[in-house]
Design a protein around this ligand. Structure first.
Ligand code: FAD
Length: 322
């Protein structure tokens, strides 16, 4: 794709996050209904997880799903939903049981975005693009057959959400480095700074970073080829890529000097976009702080962070609910 200058852009949620979870945890009927249109590019999917009050603490999702006959009725608000404005379908995490601890009362739905009651409002970001949206859900009726893995999986959404996030982080951390380093060399040459020792160190650092990301990518693809699923180690990859992108984008801006503030064209425009986009990578798919916690807890086996609300019901009996 990089050779032809195209990306799977809007399809990335479908291909890299939804397809693996439907393959691993969906029913046979769900696999047959959703995977082929996803791979053929007929359907764009979005991820309806984050809410104004639930991001890092994703298990705090407050959007409610109430069973009504063969359907669930869903009410709530999602935010930062990438590509929601152009999506045919979405993966939706909602609370079906507020009386059990927060990780246990969540249900994972496969929802059609044209269902009545779904309203999408776009958000403009500082790159100038429109990447993500707010999504309001009012009395949205979703058939129980659209619970991932079948209706008996109602309340088991957390496991599927973790599966999705591990794939998301692996995808983000193994993004192609394209010819970033060659572009940086060209900028340094143009700025007459190839002999500057600090620039040389930064270029070597960028080259090493790009190679490490390439090797992470080979490793991830080999594991997937063996039928393995990405686990908490995907946080290492994502954290590394985030820091790499910030470093190379800042280096490019330094090499471009005051011109870096202008829109520019060619490599200039490419790095300007990356510079403005890079901070969001440290937030999307779980912030860098959260990745460090995952690495500490689940990769290095360090003592866990205190989680006082882990075993308490989501809706404390005393406050009348939230
Ligand atoms: C470009 C982009 C695309 C996105 N796309 C989607 C999408 O398609 N679908 C979707 O559902 N969401 C999406 N998100 C949302 C993203 O997952 C959340 O923004 C992210 O999980 C952080 O949540 P928050 O914004 O609520 O921040 P908060 O959770 O409120 O965090 C605020 C700050 O507190 C820190 N913090 C919070 N808890 C801890 C802790 N326990 N320890 C240490 N520090 C902590 C965080 O690191 C952060 O710095 C996207 C975000 C971005 C930037």
């Amino acid at each position: 794709m990089s050779r032809f200058g195209v990306t799977n852009g809007s399809f990335s949620v479908a291909h890299n996050m939804v397809a693996p979870v439907v393959l691993a945890l969906g029913t046979q009927a769900q696999r047959e209904a959703f995977l082929v249109p996803m791979w053929r590019g007929d359907d764009v999917w979005c991820q309806l997880f984050s809410e104004p009050g639930a991001g890092s603490d994703l298990a705090g999702v407050a959007t409610r799903a109430v069973r009504d006959g063969d359907e669930f009725v869903v009410n709530g608000q999602k935010v930062w939903t990438s590509h929601a404005d152009r999506s045919q379908r979405g993966i939706l995490l909602a609370r079906s049981d507020p009386d059990v601890p927060k990780h246990r009362g969540l249900t994972y739905f496969l929802v059609d975005m044209d269902t009545p009651g779904i309203e999408v409002r776009v958000l403009k970001e500082m790159t100038g693009g429109i990447h993500f949206c707010e999504v309001f859900l009012t009395d949205v009726r979703i058939p129980a057959s659209r619970v991932l893995g079948g209706e008996e999986q109602s309340g088991n959404g957390w496991r599927a959400a973790m599966h999705t996030l591990a794939n998301e982080r692996a995808m983000m951390g193994t993004a192609p480095t394209d010819d970033d380093v060659e572009k940086l060399f060209a900028l340094a040459r143009r700025a007459g700074r190839l002999d500057d020792p600090l620039v040389r160190v930064a270029l070597a650092d960028a080259w090493m970073g790009a190679r490490i990301i390439d090797y992470f990518g080979y490793r991830a693809r080999t594991a997937l080829g063996r039928g393995e699923q990405p686990g908490p180690e995907s946080s290492v990859v994502k954290l590394f890529y985030t820091n790499y992108l910030k470093r190379i984008a800042s280096l490019a801006m330094e090499l471009r000097g005051p011109e870096g503030m202008l829109a520019g064209e060619g490599d200039g425009a490419y790095f300007r976009h990356r510079f403005l986009y890079a901070p969001s990578l440290g937030i999307a798919g779980g912030t860098s702080e959260v990745q460090r916690t995952v690495i500490g807890d689940r990769v290095l086996g360090l003592p866990s962070e205190p989680r006082p609300d882990r075993d308490a019901p989501f809706r404390p009996a005393t406050d009348g609910g939230r």
